[in-house]
Write a protein that binds this ligand. Structure first.
Ligand SMILES: Cc1cc2nc3c(=O)[nH]c(=O)nc-3n(C[C@H](O)[C@H](O)[C@H](O)COP(=O)(O)OP(=O)(O)OC[C@H]3O[C@@H](n4cnc5c(N)ncnc54)[C@H](O)[C@@H]3O)c2cc1C
Length: 339
């Protein structure tokens, strides 16, 4: 029995743990993986995340100048960050976030969550755990979310290769830019530069976002030219929530943070920064619930205060990724804005 369990030790779980420590509240952090662990991810961090995390140089594989966005007709627009962003390997970033905590995660796999009137029960491979409160930060396929009866309608599939390029090629062909390609309906492709490798991926809604489609993406112009001579060293696939934060994000004793709650920007798949912020908001809401406030109401207020509910008003899928024509118009509008 613990007062607060945090399920999942990725960015959302680490963000929640750091905030509970700041508030002086004890917690137990659990994850089925042992760290450092890998997570399929472009690893792109915008400038504000780099600033807030004071990201160390050895965690940043490459500093980023901004986004380079391509329309279906390969019209290009560059959106420069006000200060540098970064591309990271998730094994390094997540280990770094955990290194900032006083406690380390325990290795436990949760198979189901059950809410009772006076506690939350976590059914694990190894027996039952009970807590007063649960911060569920167990990612896009969240067991907690499904156990609590909260369902997503738009859970995209994303596939990604890590390719090693000939010496100097990453710098010369991509440099410090995260490239986003709006070439398809209901999804997009990307190139994220590391030191000598590139992450090349596609993600979106529907069965067309498969490894075969990823193969076509990396063979198409201009991506193929940028990846020429590249050797695939890893293939990964995972889900990305694309509908924005769920309408119901909390019960009386459990809150959903990070991907489990749908905190991802659907135009780029960016979720790391929102995961950390929503984890911290969840921790503050739990602190208020301990004082007698309703958990769901407190969480909604904390999310609003942190600006995270604006993700609910982003209709990127419907307005930009609806068709190549929509995407073309969007990129042309951006071009007028930025150039
Ligand atoms: C291909 C791809 C590319 C992406 N690119 C970017 C990008 O460039 N930039 C960006 O900001 N975001 C990107 N994202 C999104 C980003 O990866 C997520 O938003 C982010 O990881 C969310 O953090 P989280 O802590 O909520 O979940 P996760 O990082 O998924 O962490 C969840 C943790 O919960 C644990 N867990 C899960 N289930 C259980 C269980 N049953 N029992 C115990 N432990 C469990 C897992 O082991 C894991 O450690 C990408 C996603 C994908 C799939």
């Amino acid at each position: 029995m613990a007062e607060v369990y945090i399920l999942g030790a990725g960015p959302a779980g680490a963000g929640a743990a750091a905030e509970l420590e700041r508030l002086g509240i004890d917690y137990i952090l659990i994850d089925r993986a042992s760290f450092p662990r890998s997570k399929p991810c472009g690893g792109v961090l915008p400038w504000r995340a780099v600033e807030e995390l004071r990201l160390p140089g050895d965690v940043a594989e490459r500093w980023l100048e901004g986004y380079r966005i391509f329309s279906p007709s390969l019209e290009k627009v560059e959106s420069r960050f006000p200060s540098r962003g970064a591309v990271v390997r998730r094994s390094a970033l997540d280990a770094y976030l955990l290194s900032l905590l006083e406690k380390k995660p325990s290795r436990v796999r949760v198979v189901r969550v059950r809410e009772k009137a006076d506690r939350v029960e976590l059914l694990t491979d190894d027996g039952k755990l009970s807590a007063d409160y649960l911060i569920a930060a167990d990612g896009a396929n969240s067991v907690a979310r499904r156990s609590l009866g909260i369902h997503y309608t738009k859970l995209a599939l994303a596939c990604q290769y890590v390719l090693e390029l000939p010496e100097g090629a990453v710098e010369e062909r991509i440099g410090g830019w995260f490239e986003v390609y709006y070439l398809f309906s209901r999804g997009y492709g990307w190139l994220a530069p590391l030191r000598s490798c590139v992450k090349a991926g596609i993600g979106g809604l529907g069965s067309s976002f498969s490894r075969r489609a990823l193969d076509s993406f990396i063979r198409a112009t201009p991506v193929a030219e940028k990846l020429a001579g590249g050797k695939v060293i890893r293939y990964q696939a995972h889900r990305i929530p694309m509908q924005g934060p769920a309408e119901r994000l909390a019960t009386e004793r459990a809150v959903l943070a990070g991907d489990a709650g749908g905190f991802v920007f659907p135009g780029t798949g960016e979720g790391i920064y929102y995961a950390i912020k929503s984890g911290a908001a969840a921790a503050r809401a739990v602190a208020q619930a301990m004082e007698g406030d309703a958990l769901a109401g407190s969480y909604e207020e904390e999310l609003k205060g942190a600006g995270l509910l604006s993700l609910r008003g982003v209709h990127f899928l419907e307005e930009v990724l609806a068709s190549p024509e929509h995407a073309e118009r969007y990129v042309r509008r951006l071009k007028k804005l930025f150039q």
